[in-house]
Structures are given as C-alpha cells and as structure tokens.
Ligand binder design. Sequence first.
Ligand code: ATP
Ligand code: AH0
Length: 367
Amino acid sequence: MSGTSMDGIDVAMLSSDGEGWIEFGPSISCGYSPSDRTLLERALVDAAQIRIRTERLGALGDAEAMIIQRHVEAVGQFLKVNNLRPSDIDLIGFHGQTVLHRPDERLTVQIGDGHMLARELGIDTVFDMRAADIAAGGQGAPLVPVFHEALATRLHIEGPICFVNIGGISNITYLREGDPPVAFDTGPGNALIDQWMQTVGGIPYDAAGAIASEGQVVGTVVERYMATPYFQKTLPKSLDRLDFPALDPSEADLSDGARSLARLTAEAIFAGLDHLPEPPKNWIVCGGGRHNRAIMSDLRELAGEYSASVHSAEDVNLDGDMMEAQAFAYLAIRARADLPLTFPTTTGCPQPMSGGVFAPAKEAKDA
Ligand SMILES: Nc1ncnc2c1ncn2[C@@H]1O[C@H](COP(=O)(O)OP(=O)(O)OP(=O)(O)O)[C@@H](O)[C@H]1O
Ligand SMILES: CC(=O)N[C@H]1[C@@H]2OC[C@@H](O2)[C@@H](O)[C@@H]1O[C@H](C)C(=O)O
C-alpha cells in the first residue's frame, strides 16, 4: 500500500478467510527517496490532464515504472527480513498510487501494473480494486470499511463505533450493530498540514503536532474551509487529494497555521456526524494524523460533547500505521472469493460489489 501522502510503501502480511477470521503477520515500511517523490509530484500534475484512465501522459509512464520497481523491492525486503520465500505468500493485494480521483466523471486512476508486479515477484496479485465500483456508478472509495467491520467484531467495545483514518485525506467508517457500515471521506487529513509545513516551515510534516501545539486557532481560517460545499454534500462522497486549496501564507504564521489546519481536520471529521444516524460512542483513530497531538486533543474535545471516547488504534491492539496495507490484503482475499468489497452505504454502488483484477503469477510469467 502506498497511500496519498507519497511517503512510501507499507507491506503487511495477514492470514484470513476474507470474513471474520483474521490473523496478523509482520509488516515493514519502505520510504520513497526524494527523487521518487519529485517524480510522483510531476506525475500528479500531468495526471490532471488524463481523460481516459489508461492514458499515461508526461511523467506518468516513468512514475508507473518506478512504482512497480519500488513495490518489488519493498516485497523483496519484507521477504528477506522475515526469512520468507515468494511461495510462502498466496496473494498480494496491490493498491497502486492514486494520481487522480474524479468520481463524478467516473474516473479514478491508480498507477502500477499488477500484471507486472505478479510477474516480477512470482506471486498472484489482485489490483485495481476501485475500478469496478466506479464503473458501476460508485465513488470507488473508501474501500477499507469492510475491513473495519471485520475488525470491530473483535473489539468488544460499546457501539456505535467509528473508525477514523487520518491520512492525506480523512475518512470514517461508522458501525452500528445490525446495520451495514456507513463510510465516506470527511475532509482534509494531513495533506494541508504537510503542504503548510513544507512551504512555510521548510520541513516535511509537523512531527507530533509540536508546532501546532505552540499556536492558536485562527477562527476565520477554519470557518472559511468549513463553509466549503463538500461538508453539506449528501452521501456517498469521496475526495481527491487536492480538492481543498492550500492555506495562503499571508493568513497565519507557522504555528497558528498548523494549529488551525489541525483544528480543521478534527472539525471536518465531526461535521460527518450530520450524515450518521446517531453519534458513535467510541472512535478509533488510525493513520499518521493520530500522531498529531493537536488533532487528537481536538477530537477528544469534540467527542466529549457527545460523551464519546477517542482511542488511538494501539489502545485497542490494532496497528494504526498498517491498517490500510492490511485492509488491501484482506480485500484481495475477498476479491478472490467473489465477496463484496463495496456497498451502497460505503461508496454508493447500486448493490454490494466485488472487484479487483486478478493477475496470476504463472500466466503472467508465461506471457
Ligand atoms: N509522528 C508524526 N507526527 C505528526 N504527524 C505524522 C507523524 N507521522 C506521520 N504523520 C502524518 O501522517 C502522514 C502520513 O499518514 P498516512 O501514512 O496515514 O497517510 P497515507 O496512507 O499516505 O494517506 P491516505 O490514508 O490518504 O492514503 C504524514 O504525511 C504526516 O502528515
Ligand atoms: C481514491 C483514493 O485513493 N482515495 C483514498 C484517499 O486516502 C484516504 C481516502 O482518500 C480514501 O477514500 C482512500 O483510501 C482508503 C485506503 C480507502 O479507500 O479506504
């Protein structure tokens, strides 16, 4: 899994029947180099011109080759450190790098050819897991909810439960017993904060939210972002990485800007309550944003208004950094079993749908 933040690739192993039985294995993270990131940034600019999802304009061809090469290296490294052979792995779930997501135009593009990955590694692979959903009129995102639902059954905490993933963008999965999962992208996660830290602070991100913790919330900044029509939009809904404009450096100093954007992330998550049948009792936070103490303290303050509790994934024995990578392994297993990946209440697809493209290692080798 390489998410939207372009920090690198997470590799996680799990064993599962694609339903309630899940056993976690080891995991590793492999960072992209600065030149990989530069290439990806160029590819993201060129991706804005894509009209047909197979088009690979400008830097996209080189970026796609780089993505496969880095995933081959990441899996190779994972096998090596865990003393495993390719034949020990039944299946890879490969997300690819999202370079464009425009569900209203039925267009979502994840670069990375799964057939090539299967061939290079000699391991069966499932990839392109958003395509079938979006072709059927769904949002193509979020896909992780079915995994959150399986995890919730192991937790034994009072529902309704809400999983929050704070990556580049934030998304939630709401789980109430007896109901299908409700899920959507809530708004900005870390992407605006990272952009702010890079342009104004010259550092990649606000480690632990230390800079934000020195600042004050600029109310007008948060209010302006919260007036964006996306928050009123009914479900289903999902976001592209740059759907929210960067904060202008004239509007705040470094720490106030970081503080305001952390507040925005938390308020945007709670604005999601308008789309839920009742407030959750317990929130479980995963993704890099849970390391930002300004975001976490704002979430706790907002949850307190509903007498709800906020837990970091680790508080409930889950791995908040690896959950997405684990989810794509789980989704790949479900895809092979023809089980649904998406639901009308998660992506707005017309009926529960399976998905993914199967790339068999052997056929790919013979090709
Ligand atoms: N120690 C930390 N302190 C503060 N923020 C952190 C820390 N570690 C990671 N982050 C934030 O989390 C981001 C990465 O989060 P994550 O890996 O969940 O995103 P992603 O998986 O790439 O994105 P997405 O979930 O949107 O696909 C970093 O860019 C940074 O903003
Ligand atoms: C199109 C796309 O890649 N969307 C990502 C992105 O990152 C977070 C959020 O936006 C979520 O909708 C999705 O990823 C997670 C893994 C998902 O599909 O559940």
